[in-house]
Design a protein around this ligand. Structure first.
Ligand code: ZN
Length: 448
């Protein structure tokens, strides 16, 4: 494997609150970490708007990426120590796969941008496609470092992230229902949000992991550690990732970006947008890889500060709501009560708000554990346990705990609206009946 054999004479360690030490013993990994493309991940928060709810959650995609690398490195060590391949195709671990596994782990989130999911939605960027481009484009430093291993090495790394790489053990290390990516972000997000939900016994899960033909499985003796991981993941979704206030601030963020884009596309209002130079390629819908690499949380936050002084009232107000954390209120709704939403929007409009920018619906659902169903178009790899006689059994067949959540979606649907609708405005007597009517609708339908 050419350059990958060149171990550092002295290993380098990164101190980390989750893994204690993250060990780098190879020049290629160290050089990848030191590229500008990877260093940029320091300037992108892992959890976006969640830090406005859990103030500790300021951690970056840089730390998470190093964490996924470290977990993958430990998986490789464990496999090589306990399950080394004796002949090709024996279903055990072939350690020549280590370089591609480690590089894919380190680089799997390289294409993420600031406030990724909201930004992608408004500007039609695609972080997975961008990750692939950053790895395979000859323009990037990342690509130049990877090519030192072998000319086709960048495309191999990209294919692991795309799930098309030939060895399913390597693909499942980075992406499956229980992989290094999820194991790191659950622990890391739990630590930085200051919650208890994401904790599970990572050491135990790694210890019972084993390579098998067709992927990765777990010794049945470790079933309870795997159950704990599944439940932790469910709890983190319900308590942290789907937090209603965090979703509310994402709604405000999305409306704000959409308003700025709309103003930019209507030239008479151009001055009102104060479009920052670094965002104009995205307003135009034509951006290069270099434009994308210039984006980070700082660029967006600086834009929001400018927009707070915009002559466009909607943009200025939305920017202020985001920066000063004035979320919209929300109520739960279901298919039945959804019939009321047009009426609620109408009342919000009458009260003086543009419903396009001051209301939203959001549904957030997650499958805690997806059991393979032959009908599914893209079945998830299910979690397999290895019994003492060597036979494999699917997790929900033996775990009643997992069986009780398997295949069932957890989450809710919410309608977002300005908090002002819940209060009587002393200064706007004329609108008083509207607030009353709005609130009585919410009460009659038991929305609040
Ligand atoms: Zn990740």
């Amino acid at each position: 494997m050419g350059y990958f054999d060149e171990q550092l004479t002295k290993e380098k360690v990164f101190r980390d609150p989750i893994h204690h030490y993250i060990v780098v013993d190879n020049q290629i990994i160290l050089d990848l970490i030191n590229t500008p493309e990877f260093q940029r991940l320091r300037r992108i928060k892992q959890l976006g708007t969640s830090s406005l709810i859990f103030h500790g959650a300021e951690h970056s995609r840089f730390g998470h990426s190093l964490g996924v690398y470290e977990i993958t490195r430990r998986m490789c060590n464990h496999f090589q120590r306990n399950y080394p391949s004796k002949f090709p195709g024996d279903g055990r671990w072939d350690d020549t796969e280590r370089p591609v596994a480690l590089c894919a782990a380190l680089l799997h989130d390289l294409g993420h941008g600031p406030f990724s999911h909201t930004f992608e939605h408004i500007f039609h960027t695609d972080h997975e496609a961008l990750t692939r481009q950053l790895i395979t484009s000859p323009e990037t430093n990342i690509n130049r470092v990877l090519k030192r291993v072998a000319p086709d090495f960048p495309s191999k790394v990209a294919s692991v992230i795309d799930h098309t790489y030939g060895n399913p053990q390597v693909v499942q290390m980075i992406s499956s229902q229980i992989d290094a990516d999820r194991m790191d972000y659950l622990q890391r997000d739990a630590y930085y949000t200051g919650t208890n939900y994401g904790k599970f016994d990572l050491d135990r899960v790694l210890k019972v992991m084993q390579p098998v033909k067709g992927g990765i499985a777990f010794e049945i003796a470790g079933m309870h550690a795997v159950e704990d991981y599944i439940l932790s993941r469910l709890q983190m979704y319900l308590q942290v990732y789907f937090h209603p206030v965090s979703r509310s601030l994402e709604v405000i963020l999305a409306h704000q970006l959409r308003r700025a884009k709309w103003l930019y596309q209507h030239p008479s209002d151009y001055q009102a947008t104060m479009a920052p130079a670094l965002l104009t390629p995205f307003f135009n819908g034509r951006f290069t890889l270099k434009d994308y690499l210039d984006l980070d949380d700082g660029v967006l936050l600086t834009s929001f500060i400018n927009w707070r002084h915009s002559s466009d009232d909607i943009l200025a107000d939305l920017a202020d709501r985001f920066l000063n954390r004035r979320p919209f209120k929300s109520v739960l709704y279901n298919e039945e009560t959804a019939k009321r939403l047009p009426k609620l929007r109408e009342l919000i409009t009458t009260a003086g708000f543009n419903a396009d920018y001051y209301t939203a619906t959001n549904s957030s659902y997650k499958l805690p554990y997806d059991v393979y169903t032959p009908q599914a178009t893209a079945p998830q790899s299910q979690i397999e346990l290895v019994q003492p006689n060597g036979d494999q059994v699917e997790l929900s067949q033996v775990s009643t705990l997992v069986a009780s959540v398997a295949g069932k979606e957890a989450g809710d649907m919410r309608f977002f609206f300005p908090k002002e609708m819940l209060a009587q405005h002393e200064n706007i007597e004329i609108f008083e009946p509207i607030y009353d009517e709005f609130q009585s609708y919410l009460k009659n339908d038991h929305l609040i």
